[in-house]
Design a protein around this ligand. Structure first.
Ligand code: NAP
Length: 253
């Protein structure tokens, strides 16, 4: 069996890749030879990521879509199959984390976070699975979080539920397709400095960095590298698992 990090020529979809972690994942995959379809709810930021990837000499195309919308996600899968005839790697990364304490949280706020973060993973996977089953190959990597599955955070109960939910969904989904050469895994990032965290938690980043055993927050590229490993031919027999990328933050008592 060819064991290598190479994902040369593989067709990858990365959701929420208009900024932050998703953009980091898209760039790492593209720099390692994948053709990357950048999906984001915001067309302008999707195009910006694509331009950046192309400037580095790599192949990429943008699609504007809402991961919580079934019609949109069916269109994404259909467009990628039409253009590339395959879907090898699916990175389900789009997510939101608007803080709200339970006492103040509306039902709509709860539903929105669960819809984007958790249902979005179901819809993305459902839209791409028929093609992956047909080609008997697939690498699916979901962006969960240490928040929810390992740790808790005031104001993020809806987010925590969605991110812990992703792990449960991922494990059962992995079993359903384990015989079809399709692996499904998740990354659990600690806090990363991104557009999103700078918007909601700018003042908390430095104290979090100071409490991180390695002395620094992880970067979108760190997450991209973990995704690259799971997407590569070095990890064909790893499925239903998570990789924590948090500089050791979650192991401190
Ligand atoms: P970010 O900087 O806000 O980037 C997320 C991207 O997803 C944005 O471009 C956003 O577009 C897009 N998006 C939002 N809703 C969408 C939808 N319904 N459909 C498609 N795209 C959508 O966030 P991030 O910090 O990179 O986080 C990315 C993922 O990592 C999320 O799942 C998050 O939960 C997870 N994560 C982040 C951290 C962290 O510390 N940053 C830690 C653990 C896990 P708009 O900007 O237009 O909304």
């Amino acid at each position: 069996m060819d064991s290598s990090f190479s994902i040369q020529g593989k067709i990858a979809i990365v959701t929420g890749a208009g900024s932050g972690i998703g953009r980091g994942i898209a760039e790492v995959l593209a720099n390692n030879g994948a053709k990357v379809v950048v999906v984001d709810i915001d067309e302008t930021s999707a195009k910006r990521t694509v331009e950046q990837i192309r400037r580095a000499g790599n192949i990429s195309s943008p699609i504007a879509a809402d991961v919580s919308n079934w019609v949109d996600m069916q269109k994404v899968a259909a467009a990628v199959i039409k253009e590339y005839n395959r879907i090898d790697i699916l990175c389900e990364n789009a997510g939101i984390y608007p803080p709200a304490k339970i006492i103040e949280m509306s039902e709509e706020q709860w539903d929105k976070v669960i819809d984007v973060n958790l249902k979005g993973c179901f819809l993305g996977l459902k839209s791409c699975l028929p093609q992956m089953l047909k080609q008997n190959y697939g690498r699916v990597i979901m962006t969960s979080s240490i928040t929810g599955y390992r740790t808790g955070e005031i104001g993020l109960s809806h987010y925590s539920a969605s991110k812990a939910g992703i792990i449960g969904f991922m494990r059962s989904a992995a079993l359903e397709v384990a015989k079809n050469n399709i692996t499904i895994n998740a990354i659990e990032p600690g806090t990363i400095s991104t557009e999103g965290t700078r918007r909601f938690a700018a003042g908390e980043l430095k104290p979090l960095e100071d409490r991180t055993p390695t002395g620094r927050l992880s970067t979108p590229e760190d997450i991209g590298n973990a995704v690259l490993f799971l997407a590569s031919d070095l990890a064909p027999n790893i499925t239903g698992q998570t990789i924590v990328v948090d500089g050791g933050y979650s192991i401190v008592e």
